[in-house]
Every structure is written in C-alpha cells, then in structure tokens.
Design a protein around this ligand. Structure first.
Ligand SMILES: C[S@@+](CC[C@H](N)C(=O)[O-])C[C@H]1O[C@@H](n2cnc3c(N)ncnc32)[C@H](O)[C@@H]1O
Length: 234
C-alpha cells in the first residue's frame, strides 16, 4: 500500500480524473444533487455579483451552478487532468469561471489565487476530507476573503462515516467515493473538534451548520459548515 502523502493522493486523483468526470457528467450524481447541494446553496446564499472561490472543484459542477446564478468564480483543483476536463466540460461558462491548477496545501499557490478584488465567498464540496493538511487552506482562505466573507464547506461526517475505529486521533485510510473508480483514494479523518478548531484558529466563527443524509436513515453522511471571517490572519 502507499503512504497517504500529497504525492500519492495526487497521483490517485490524476488516475481517477477521467472516470470521475464521466461518472459525474454535467449534473453530478444524486448524492451531490440531493444531499450536498441544497444546504451548501442555502448557506452560501449566492448573489448576483458574488466573487467566489471554488476549492477542489473537481469537474466544475458547482462552479457552473454558481456562475448560472450570477457569480464570478475562480475554481481550482490540484489535479491538472481534472482541470483540463473541467475546462472542456464547462466550455460555455469560461467567461465567468477561471479554472486553475493549485494545491490546497501550498501557501504560495493559494496566495497566487488572489485577484483584483477579494472574494466575497469561498466554497468546498466534499473535499476537506480528501486534503492531506487543511490548516494552510483555512489560513489562506481567510486572507483571500473580504471582511465578513464566508467559507461554506461540506465534508464527510467524521462521527458516522469512517472505516476505522479511531475517532479522536487524526488518521488516513483508503476508500472509494463512487462505484468502480479505478483507484481507492486517500481519506484524511479529523474529529469534529479538530475541524471546528481549524476554523476558530484561522479567524472564523461558525454561524451555520447542518448534518445531512442520503435516503431514509437516522445517521447523517455529511456536515455542512458555514465559517464567517471575523478577523484577518497575517
Ligand atoms: C470528492 S472530489 C469533489 C470534487 C467537487 N468539489 C465536487 O463536489 O464534485 C475531491 C476533489 O478534491 C481534489 N483535491 C484533493 N486534494 C487536493 C489538494 N491538496 N488541493 C486541491 N485539490 C485537491 C481532488 O482532485 C478532487 O477533485
């Protein structure tokens, strides 16, 4: 088996990119449409004229959704293959979406996402659990956002979705996100307090929160968090 490193996780996403794009297509899957999208969209409250950073955008499904609602979007992913496919699939939106290859763990690459104006909002759908280290991301998103800017993210529910017995201790494991994907990807488990404290430590308060589920059951699959910037990180 591998080592759960950034290099390894990137090589897995490069290998899975084409399959992911084919499987998700233009409209993404039911899990995204019915579990992720509604509450993310409620908390993000996309307005005409918003300037939004889409973090780990995959094939750009949510970037297109936001651009159709009047937002200008910068969307990034560390997989060059995924970005190439996103540009192709979202060709009709390229006047409103700028797709960029950037690594969410790399401070310099994140700083390079700065444009003429600050972002009003940032969003990340189902990627926080795929990113090997998240402290850098939260710090840089704080700097990229305007005063009172918000960062909405949906990620796996750390209490109910994991393949291991561990909860408090951060750890990694391999699993799939969609059936028959070519390679199992690296998941990085963090407890709820670790996720929340990453927000607090990096100048955010949490002012919106949901736990969502797929189908009829009691245990939620994901958390949807709205973090609001309340102070500048240097
Ligand atoms: C489960 S997919 C979600 C994609 C998209 N947000 C969606 O909802 O369809 C996770 C994405 O995170 C990206 N990713 C993982 N680690 C990353 C990192 N360090 N920097 C940028 N993107 C990363 C992967 O390439 C993949 O596209």
């Amino acid at each position: 088996m591998g080592d759960y490193s950034l290099k390894e996780s990137l090589s897995i996403w490069e290998a899975n990119a084409e399959y992911w794009d084919d499987y998700m297509g233009d409209e993404s899957n039911d899990f995204h449409r019915y579990v992720v999208c509604p509450k993310v969209t409620e908390l993000l409250d996309i307005k005409d004229g918003d300037f939004i950073l889409d973090i780990s955008c995959g094939n750009g499904n949510y970037s297109a959704f936001m651009s159709q609602r009047g937002a200008k979007v910068v969307a990034f992913d560390y997989s060059p293959k995924m970005i190439e496919l996103a540009k192709k699939r979202r060709a009709q939106f390229l006047d409103k979406i700028e797709f960029v290859v950037a690594d969410a763990t790399n401070e310099k690459q994140l700083n390079n996402l700065q444009r003429n104006s600050k972002y009003t909002k940032a969003v990340s759908n189902m990627a926080v659990m795929d990113i090997v280290e998240i402290d850098t991301l939260f710090k840089c998103v704080n700097r990229l956002l305007c005063d009172d800017g918000i960062f909405v993210f949906a990620t796996q529910h750390p209490c109910f979705v994991t393949l291991t017995d561990k909860y408090l201790t951060p750890h990694a494991y391999y699993d799939i996100a969609i059936p028959n994907q070519p390679k199992k990807q690296c998941y990085y488990h963090r407890s709820m307090q670790d996720i929340f404290n990453t927000c607090f430590k990096n100048g955010f308060v949490i002012d919106g929160f949901y736990e969502e589920k797929y189908g009829e059951k009691e245990k939620p699959d994901i958390i949807v968090v709205r973090a609001k910037k309340i102070k500048d990180m240097r």
